[in-house]
Design a protein around this ligand. Structure first.
Ligand code: HEM
Length: 255
């Protein structure tokens, strides 16, 4: 009765209000994706420090463990950073799953649609689904390892993982996945928000340029870890941690 009175008085019908939730979730997905893509750019440069030799990587590793601030290394700081990144990664994946085809019929319809349209951006979206799905497993394993054993990050530990433990194919696949997924993701964000301009041709060229750059950097980095892992395999097997000659042994690692 009260409702009817209100409708008559205000002239408004009882049409349900549209929910803003999907738009908010979309924005959250974009922001978390942007964060992860920018994080990965930084990550690729930090990890590439091995190209400057074991001493350079040691410095970067110890920097993140607070060694140059506190005079002692606290690997748990890295675990905290990994936990934050992993949470954003999980949030991003959960938001993305909303858009996945939920059964084989939907998947077939999408594939047929994409094939008939032959539209590059539509095909790219499907590649983002494939690579994102695969990364959910591979990146989770990597993040778990980094979070639980941060003290093993370093020239001997990282090189040994690649060479002695034979994890290089795992990293190679993860590298390809992350670079294609991130590149397409950033391109789609730029198209969506129309930045820096709306020319898809320009954005596509930029995307491929960035992807090629990080792939070359990543492959060179992978090769460098394998070389270090090969050269210092005995040290890795003995459970040693790399310490530059100019640092007094034993390495100052806080318990
Ligand atoms: C704070 C979080 C992270 C930390 C501390 C971290 C640390 C590292 C380290 C130390 C390596 C050298 C290899 C090793 O020690 O095993 C590495 C390699 C790599 N990481 Fe991460 N990582 C993080 C997050 C991620 C995420 C989220 C991804 C992808 C989704 C990723 C992808 C890769 C790839 C592809 C490589 C190989 C790079 C190459 O060889 O060029 N990482 N990471």
């Amino acid at each position: 009765m009260l409702n009817e009175t209100l409708i008559i008085q205000t002239g408004l019908s009882e049409r349900p209000r549209k929910s803003r939730l999907p738009a908010r979730l979309d924005l959250l997905q974009s922001l978390s994706g942007l964060f992860l893509a920018l994080f990965m750019w930084g990550h690729m440069f930090f990890v590439a420090s091995i190209l400057g030799g074991p001493d350079t990587m040691w410095k970067i590793t110890k920097f993140f463990e607070g060694y140059f601030f506190f005079g002692k290394a606290y690997p748990w700081i890295v675990s905290v950073v990994v936990a934050v990144v992993a949470s954003i990664f999980v949030l991003h994946a959960m938001l993305a799953v909303r858009k996945f085809p939920i059964n084989y019929q939907q998947f077939k319809t999408y594939r047929a649609h994409a094939k008939s349209m032959k539209h590059g951006d539509t095909t790219m979206w499907m590649w983002q689904v494939y690579t994102g799905f695969a990364m959910f497993f591979l990146a989770s394993a990597h993040l778990y390892q980094m979070m639980v054993w941060p003290q093993d990050i370093g020239p001997f530990g990282s090189g040994g993982r690649m060479w002695v433990d034979g994890l290089w194919p795992f990293y190679l696949v993860l590298l390809l996945l992350v670079e294609f997924h991130g590149g397409i993701g950033l391109y789609r964000l730029a198209v969506k928000w129309c930045w820096p301009n709306c020319s898809r041709e320009f954005l596509k060229k930029l995307k491929w340029g960035i992807t090629a750059f990080f792939l070359i950097l990543g492959l060179a980095t992978l090769g460098a870890y394998m070389k270090v892992g090969y050269e210092y395999q005995a040290n890795y097997k003995n459970g040693e941690h790399y310490t530059p000659t100019w640092v007094q042994p034993p390495e100052e690692t806080a318990k």
